[in-house]
Design a protein around this ligand. Structure first.
Ligand code: 3PG
Length: 227
C-alpha cells in the first residue's frame, strides 16, 4: 500500500462537520423535495446533509439542494463506485461518503481533491485508511458492530482517528455516541426518514432536527466538562 504525501486532499470538511455534529442520511425519491428538505433541516439547525445513491433521484437531488440551499454542505452517501463518485461530484456533492473502504473510490477522490469519508468496520480497515492519510472515518454499521463500546475500544490504538458513527443511531442513543471524544458527528436516517420526506412531513423533520441538535449540544457540554 502506498502512503500518500498529500494528505490534505483526502481530509473531509472537518470544520463544518464538527460544527454540525449531525449528518442526516437522506434517501430521497423525488428531487423536487430537495429544496423543502434543505429548508426543514436548516430551520431545525442542521446545515449538513448526505444524500445517498440509493434512489435514481440522488444526483439530481444533490444538484437541486446545492442550488436551492447554497449554505448547506451537501455530500453524497452510499457511494460504492468511481462512477457514482464522479456523478456525485459533477452534481455538486462537496464530499463523498461510502459505507465501505474501497481503494478505487479513495484514489479517485484523492486525485480529484474531493473529501472522502470511507466506511470502516474493523481495526484492519481503520489502519488501512489511516495509512492513506485519512483521519475521519465512518463507523458503519455502528450500533450493530458494538456501538459506543467499540468506539471506546478503538480510541486506544487509534487516538488520532475521528469517527462518524452511523447505523442504528436514534434519538435514544444519540447522546451516548455524541459524548465520545473520538466522535466528530453522528449520522443517521431518523432525522429525515425516507417516509417522512416522501409524505412531505417537513414539520416533523424540523422537529426531529431540533431535538437532535439539543441532544448533541447537551452531550457536548457533558463531554467538555468531563475533560
Ligand atoms: C447509512 O447509510 O449511513 C445508514 O443506512 C444509516 O443507518 P440508519 O438508517 O440506521 O440510521
Amino acid at each position: 500500500m502506498t502512503t500518500r504525501s498529500n494528505e490534505q486532499t483526502t481530509l473531509p470538511p472537518n470544520e463544518p462537520l464538527a460544527e454540525a455534529g449531525l449528518v442526516p442520511v437522506i434517501t430521497i425519491d423525488s428531487a423536487d423535495d430537495a429544496g423543502s428538505l434543505a429548508a426543514a433541516l436548516t430551520q431545525g439547525g442542521i446545515s449538513y446533509a448526505e444524500i445517498t445513491f440509493r434512489t435514481p433521484a440522488a444526483a439530481q437531488a444533490i444538484e437541486r439542494m446545492r442550488s436551492e440551499a447554497p449554505r448547506m454542505t451537501v455530500g453524497a452517501g452510499t457511494v460504492l463506485t468511481v462512477e457514482q463518485a464522479d456523478r456525485a461530484v459533477r452534481s455538486g456533492a462537496q464530499y463523498v461518503v461510502s459505507p465501505a473502504f474501497d481503494a478505487r473510490v479513495v484514489d479517485w477522490c484523492e486525485e480529484h481533491a474531493v473529501p472522502i469519508i470511507p466506511g470502516v468496520a474493523t481495526p484492519t480497515e481503520v489502519n488501512a485508511a489511516r495509512h492513506r492519510g485519512l483521519r475521519t472515518l465512518k463507523l458503519f454499521p455502528a450500533e450493530q458492530l458494538g456501538g459506543v463500546a467499540l468506539l471506546q475500544a478503538l480510541r486506544g490504538p487509534f487516538p488520532e482517528i475521528q469517527f462518524v458513527p452511523t447505523g442504528g443511531i436514534t434519538r435514544r442513543n444519540l447522546g451516548n455516541y455524541a459524548r465520545q471524544p473520538n466522535v466528530v458527528a453522528c449520522g443517521g436516517s431518523w432525522i429525515a426518514s425516507k417516509e417522512a420526506i416522501s409524505a412531505r412531513k417537513f414539520d416533523d423533520i424540523v422537529a426531529a432536527a431540533k431535538d437532535a441538535c439539543t441532544i448533541v449540544s447537551q452531550a457536548r457540554r457533558q463531554r467538555s466538562r468531563a475533560r
